[in-house]
Design a protein around this ligand. Structure first.
Ligand SMILES: [Zn+2]
Ligand SMILES: [Zn+2]
Length: 395
């Protein structure tokens, strides 16, 4: 190491005759000296200064800097249970650390040095990076580590994980979405174990449970690509969905251990994605529906139904909005008896199947007024649908 300039020695002497500073906090004030770290730098300066320094706690950090090695060890211990490729350290310091450092810098005209906060996060980060072989990422770290020097606590916040998946539903009777807890209406109470959700089985509840377990997460939030009714099956390649897993400890998937089957729900595909798309992709659904008529329907009428709806457009008329157009493709009719038929078709996502058949806006969202043409209207006989199944969903 080249000898330290006389002017620096004199400046250090002046500072130390007034303030007690630890090796770290002294070293940090002299960015022009190159050393392994500020602790080594501070020691070297103190040796050169050749004066008896005050035996008091450090004026700036109250000797906190000496504890950062121990804190790094504690952070490493807590990180053991988590998957992460990169991380970022944050620190919460008592306000007077920064104020006291500013006082000294102003008084002795010290410039260009790193702040105490910068040094703490950089030093802890260095230790974590070396020991875990993971990198610091300032932009989108998998793991955000906050060291609170006021409370002495360490907080680990894994970034939420975005998932794309598909599910099959092979048994009738499960609603798609979790219902809110009846008692607390979603606020959280002892009845629902403070989840805000009813414990009744649903596709969402089963998928959430499986995904939370798989990624050791705290919660899962879903975005659906369309929906089906409680009585519908979902077949083919299944219905796609997006999920955001909150606080996951794990961030990888072993494809061999997807959800086997729980109450007829099968998790067919799961993929970790960068982030959920801003807009849900457009999709088409292949549907099979049982249609019941109030009167007998003859062959001629069935043929005209097929002709009318084959590759046709259906208008959804909404309150105070432009009508939506949904296309119908591959429309087919199969007779079951005089009053019952089975129809299969493909249509653009977002068409309410039961209303498309009955023509009634019962069960539709409040702002939907009419779907036209509809099966009742074309046949001139009132039609209804209790059960329809989703044969496939194409994205
Ligand atoms: Zn200090
Ligand atoms: Zn509740």
């Amino acid at each position: 190491m080249p000898p330290i300039e006389k002017s620096i020695i004199n400046l250090a002497k002046n500072i130390l005759s007034e303030y007690s500073l630890c090796d770290w906090c002294l070293g940090r004030q002299f960015p022009s000296i190159k050393e392994e770290n500020n602790e080594v730098k501070g020691k070297t300066i103190k040796k050169e200064v050749k004066m008896k320094v005050k035996e008091e706690p450090c004026f700036i950090c109250q000797d906190t800097m000496q504890s950062i090695k121990d804190i790094s060890v504690k952070v490493l211990e807590q990180l053991k249970d988590f998957d992460f490729n990169d991380f970022l350290i944050g620190a919460k310091l008592p306000k007077d650390f920064i104020e006291k450092e500013d006082i000294i810098r102003a008084k002795f005209k010290l410039r260009g040095g790193e702040t105490i906060k910068g040094e703490i996060t950089r030093e802890i980060g260095k230790t974590i990076a070396t020991r875990t072989n993971r990198k610091v990422n300032f932009y989108k770290p998998d793991m955000m580590i906050l060291v609170d020097f006021i409370s002495g606590k360490i907080y680990l916040n894994p970034r939420s994980l975005s998932i794309y998946g598909r599910y099959l539903k092979t048994i009738r009777g499960l609603p798609q979405k979790r219902r809110k807890c009846r008692k607390c209406k979603g606020k959280g109470c002892s009845e629902c174990e403070y989840t805000g959700f009813s414990k009744e089985k649903s596709v969402e509840q089963i998928l959430a449970q499986a995904l939370i377990k798989k990624f050791d997460a705290k919660d899962a939030k879903f975005t659906w690509v369309g929906g089906e009714s409680t009585e519908s099956l979902v077949l083919g390649n299944g219905r796609p969905f997006y999920a955001e897993l909150i606080g996951p400890k794990l961030r990888h998937i072993d494809e061999s251990e997807l959800l086997k089957e729980d109450n007829g729900i099968i998790l067919k595909e799961v993929k970790i994605i960068d982030e959920k798309p801003k807009k849900i992709p457009t999709f088409k659904v292949k549907v099979a529906a049982h249609v019941k008529f109030d009167g007998e329907v003859n062959e001629e009428k069935l043929n005209s139904l097929k002709e009318r709806l084959q590759n046709s457009e259906v208008r959804i008329i909404q309150l105070k909005k432009k009508p939506l157009i949904k296309k119908i493709y591959d429309f087919n009719v199969e007779r079951i008896n005089e009053r019952v038929i089975k129809i299969t078709f493909k249509c653009d996502g977002g068409l309410n199947i039961k209303s498309f058949i009955s023509g009634s806006n019962r069960g539709m969202k409040k702002d939907l007024l009419e779907i036209t043409p509809n099966v009742s209207e074309i046949m001139g006989v009132k039609a209804s649908c209790d059960i329809f199944d989703i044969l496939d969903v194409e994205v």
